[in-house]
Design a protein around this ligand. Sequence first.
Ligand code: SF4
Length: 356
Amino acid sequence: MDKALTSSRTKKGGIFPPGLFSIWAMLQAVVWLIGLSIFASLIFIPSTGLLVFWNMLIPVAPALLVLGTGIWRNICPLATTTLLPRHWHVSRRKKMSVALQGRLQLAAVLALFGIVPLRHILFNRSGPSTALLLSVLASTGFVMGIFFDWKSGWCSSLCPVHPVEKLYGGNPVYSFANAHCTQCVNCSIPCPDSTPNFRPAMAARNYSQRLAGWLITGGLPGFIWGWFHVSDQPGRSGRADLLQAYAMPLAGLLVTLCLYMLLKTVVHKTHERQLSGIFAASGVSCYYWYRIPALLGFGPYSGDGLLISLRDVIPSWSATALALCTTLFFFWWLLVRKPSQKSWVIRPPYAPRTTQ
Ligand code: SF4
């Protein structure tokens, strides 16, 4: 057996026992503490917290989901929190039905599309509100973790980031050790972590899962495009402001979703992977097309999404050139490159039937 594979199978273990001193456990602890610091700064020094969370951490996330989904699945601080009941052996370890998984996966997509537009009128400029949002997500995941086994309660069902992981993480370059599950109990079918070249269409066992897959694959590129055409409107929460925050993202979502559904009917099933890759690459490329200029001070809405203004330092075309490079790169990574036949992480040994 491949030596690297064997060694990575033996080096697993969550943040707390077992495997307290493994590399992954230490990474989980460090990232969790960084997450906690950001959370505290959102409350006590909101200007810093907002800058770090929305303009440093979040802009890195889509690229990380494309390039190293398995790394994120292993060290995400929210995942670490929601899996604590399982690591601490206080979870009831219920088996979730595929029907419920489907409904929760659909809810995750709807939550993503429901929450993100609120950044413009609330979260982008309010540290305490962002902290409250994170608390609600973490608490919900923690409670789900008390009832359901491993990642079925949150990471592979209700987490609003998970639909994006499934779309962007379709061609991983390396399978990492699974740093959470000590034994596989088939908690999620199919397991997104352990299935090679996983994409939303692979989880289509019921109508909810199919609908969730169509919405995220077809709708996300347009949703992102629309989102970047709305400026921040902090402190405004009237009906007209809400309408403004949601109108463009949802209109964009509808357009690319219709396009996707149309293409699905004419593209043969054997090319489903390529179709999914086109929409995945379009989504992440669209994100950086607008995000990179905004981070460097060249965005259309002054101050929105700004990390550091380089307006007087570099010409504006260099930000566009950088964005163009990322577009070419993501299309190559997700579409042109051969399917890697790798999963995000390596499935741990199956648990004996009696312990499932
Ligand atoms: S590896 Fe097994 S136990 Fe872990 S998330 Fe996947 S299906 Fe669940």
